[in-house]
Design a protein around this ligand. Sequence first.
Ligand code: AVJ
Length: 313
Amino acid sequence: MSQFEKDVKDGLSRSPKYLSSKYFYDKKGDELFVQIMNMPEYYLTRAEFEIFKEQTTEIIESLGVRPDSYFELVELGAGDGTKTKELLKVLVNQGFKFDYVPVDISSNALNQLQSSLKEEMEELSVKIRKGDYFEVLESLKFTNTPKVILFLGSNIGNLEDEQAHQFMNELAAVLNSGDKLLLGVDLIKAEEVVLPAYNDKAGITKAFNLNLLSRINNELDANFDIENFTHQPEYSETTGIAKSFLVSTKAQSVKINGSGTFEFKAGEKIHTEISRKYSDEIIVKITKNTKFRLQEKLQDSKGYFADYILVRD
Ligand code: AVJ
């Protein structure tokens, strides 16, 4: 049984039912996420892009890199690199000596990024690494080369705080003293701004959430009737946590070949995602008792998004 199959079976046997957001990203899911980033309601990408475009000098300064000493710029979950290119252009133009190491689970995304970088920045040295973040970081661990890690787009927000804390510990363990982490996170703000980002008018986020059921149908030979589920996002400004659910619109049973039959009550929810929003306090909480020290916070003009720079002690 594949890990995917095990996780689906386990998650649907729980009460309340649960499916992990890490399984959103098949080919269709990747396409839908690109559409999400371009939606008018999805402010996150634009806000972080603004920081990279307007505060490039501040970023470089707080990263403490110098043009004459070689470093590795490692990006976890690089995607299409739109934000990072703003930083890369300036570093290249100012003659910094570094390798850009984009890490991604998708070789397709990496190859596309590599060829677009070759066209836009001939002189840039790019070393793509396909794989799991920690597999790749393990392989870079034994070099003394100074490192800057980019973890952008509030990707950390899919983790519960305890998991995020553990992630910070694991990251600290593969870095050397003086290495830097640039962590991009969405900030806690009013429901009127956050909720529409997860409940867009065009229904793209709905399709993105429902695609998880299609993926289970396609890859695990299941018979989810997509018509009988709807998308339901929730957000609490008090906790700063957005959650997405799939809701069964009627009593029904779903069969997954080899895993069994799963019963749904009318109105029963499957929890599929958390998208945590942050404050200084929560950043302090998840880095507490790790080897990371907070050094700097850069924000966009609306105060929607922050890029924190942390130093490995
Ligand atoms: C890629 C995890 C940052 O939580 O905002 C977008 C994923 N989910 N719309 C987010 C997502 C629904 C996104 N992250």
